[in-house]
Design a protein around this ligand. Sequence first.
Ligand code: AMP
Ligand code: MG
Length: 412
Amino acid sequence: MREALQLVLARVEVLSPESVPLLDALGRILSAPVIAADNLPPFANSAMDGYAVRAGDVTGATSESPVALRVLGDIAAGTDPTLELTSGTAARIMTGAPLPARADAVVPVEDTDEHWRGKERPLPAAIKVFRAVDAGDYVRYPGEDVRVGEEVLLAGKQIRPQEIGVMASLGISQIPVVRRPRVGVLATGDELVDVSMPLTKGKIRNSNGYAQAAQVLALGGVPVQLGVAGDTEAAVREKLDEAVHLGVDLLVSSAGVSVGAYDVVKSVLDEAGGVSFWRVRMRPGKPLAFGAYRGIPYLGLPGNPVSAMVSFETFARPAIQKMAGHTNVERPSVQVILLEDIRSDGRESYLRAVVTRDERGYVARTTGGQGSHMMTSLVQANALVVVPEGVKAVTAGTILTALMIDWPGGVF
Ligand code: AMP
Ligand code: MG
């Protein structure tokens, strides 16, 4: 599996950059570093509601021997103070308001005899200070968080809400990010009808086409839904040509890659320029084709819905994430204690499981029917527990790796 994945990853490239509005950058990968054009904070300001002072004026102040200061004025947040402190004076100041000239500290309002409530409180002519402060106390200095010229965010960083906040603070409204991968999603099979169509004898609904499109979407990619191609080379080629025409970065199809008489995907791929590998020693998902169609990397997933989803997770997801600029394409994993005995067939196996946490740590239990057509066990699962290659039986209590599809609720 590892070698197969390395082959896939070696064949896909990080996509080109584009510029998007700030909020649209959420979840995307920075294609260039963010360099600060401003200091953060941009100016010295107060960390508290209180009085801006000169620390030297309140040396030795206590509640028993307070120091009296004359109040020169009021500085609200968002104003540009013109007043300047002189010895023995103070200015009332709000959190975030600029420090006046020659002030070097702030005395919190609680440490004075002025406990104002609300805006109506008139400005006192003088206050008593009950506590000494050092120069710098309750002052936020310019550049303390970010300095002008600093590389605040590195290229390759995935943008989370906190990165959005930092970029907003720095006045960056257009963000250079890696383009979203466009992935053509094709379902193949004469038995398939669309979700909106009535079922007739022998037919089933095309679930893979939607499940894989959703997997692409969930990764931040753009699914290009190609619908269903019947089991002929011509039908498959027609859909693939349509995808090439629409412009896609990756092609993903399901079914038609095993050894049945109608399995045409592999022959289409073979003709188009060779299949890099076909059949991976894993379960579910053994038949898997990888190659290129008219220069576009192509993954032919197995047809069984669970196999298709697990193979997508194993091979298509990392490929899409690499194209989107991610440097780490590993699924988050945890070590889990298996709560039951299980058998395997010696292939590397991905068991649908629920991982929860109890006093022993993370524990895992499989979610019933593991047949590769049984979607509900994937619906109940929040993880895939990996049984390594060569292992045929695992007893309860064994520690295995679980790839987390999502995290157990309420743990973090
Ligand atoms: P195949 O790889 O064509 O032999 O298909 C394997 C199994 O997957 C068969 O039972 C198919 O009916 C089923 N299958 C193939 N494609 C889809 C699809 N798009 N949605 C749901 N089931 C599918
Ligand atoms: Mg088929």
